[in-house]
Design a protein around this ligand. Structure first.
Ligand code: CDP
Length: 219
């Protein structure tokens, strides 16, 4: 089987950015597993499925076709053939994805689809349970963290660039509440794999984090 580098961690730790750069460096495939949960969320909202209707959400997971299409520098995501890249990034979609991700049948339904990304010459898998559940035998595992303050700051900056003004304290409280929920939920609680290398990205630039991650993979 081709090698896998798993990069797990809470939202705002820089997983997405680091994973993409590392994948490009290595010339490996890239799996954005969060996008799969988000895609199911988008498809469910298109189909007017209620978030409390678990069996409809499970059916929707099986029925939803997700395609990742490279378009120059950007990666577009097609949901049932329609470009949903922008809708995928919305906060409302993230919240929907997180509710859907708490359903164990949904997680089970996405398992094999995620494993199918393991193609030569290798895969960088970005998510929450890549090193623990989806690719437990991965030879390279990283768990990225950052303090809640740092993650709130980054999010604050991102939103400001988008022209959205939010209160920093509110953002911080939200992130801390979500951390507690993610760590305590019954289904796939967020935790590092026993054999993962922990990297705290607080106060470290992206380049340094990328260098540390690349240092784990012999070339
Ligand atoms: O950056 P953020 O964590 O908000 O977004 P994401 O990585 O796109 O994931 C969206 C949601 O899907 C998260 O809130 C997680 O609850 C869930 N997720 C998951 O449960 N397992 C994964 N492997 C990836 C995402």
């Amino acid at each position: 089987l081709p090698p896998v580098l798993t990069i797990d961690g809470p939202s705002g730790a820089g997983k997405g950015t680091v994973s993409r750069i590392v994948a490009r460096h290595l010339g490996w495939h890239y799996l954005d597993s969060g996008a799969l949960y988000r895609a199911v969320g988008v498809a469910a909202s298109w189909a007017d499925i209620d978030t409390s209707d678990a069996s409809a959400l499970v059916r929707c997971t099986f029925d939803t076709k997700v395609q990742f299409v490279e378009q120059g520098e950007s990666l577009r995501v097609l949901v049932n053939g329609t470009d949903a890249t922008d809708e995928l990034r919305l906060e409302t979609t993230g919240a929907l994805a997180s509710a859907i991700a708490a359903i164990s049948e949904v997680r089970a339904a996405l398992k094999e689809r995620q494993r199918a990304f393991r193609l030569a010459p290798g895969l960088v898998a970005d998510g929450r349970d890549m090193g623990t559940v989806i690719f437990p035998d991965a030879p390279f595992k990283v768990f990225l963290t950052a303090s809640a303050e740092e993650r709130a700051l980054r999010r604050h900056k991102q939103l400001k660039e988008k022209g959205v003004s939010v209160n920093f304290e509110d953002l911080l409280r939200e992130i801390m509440a979500r951390d507690a929920r993610d760590a305590q939920r019954a289904v796939a609680p967020l935790r590092p794999a026993d054999d993962a290398v922990l990297i705290d990205t607080s106060g470290i630039g992206i380049d340094d984090v990328v260098a540390r991650v690349l240092g784990l993979v012999p070339t």
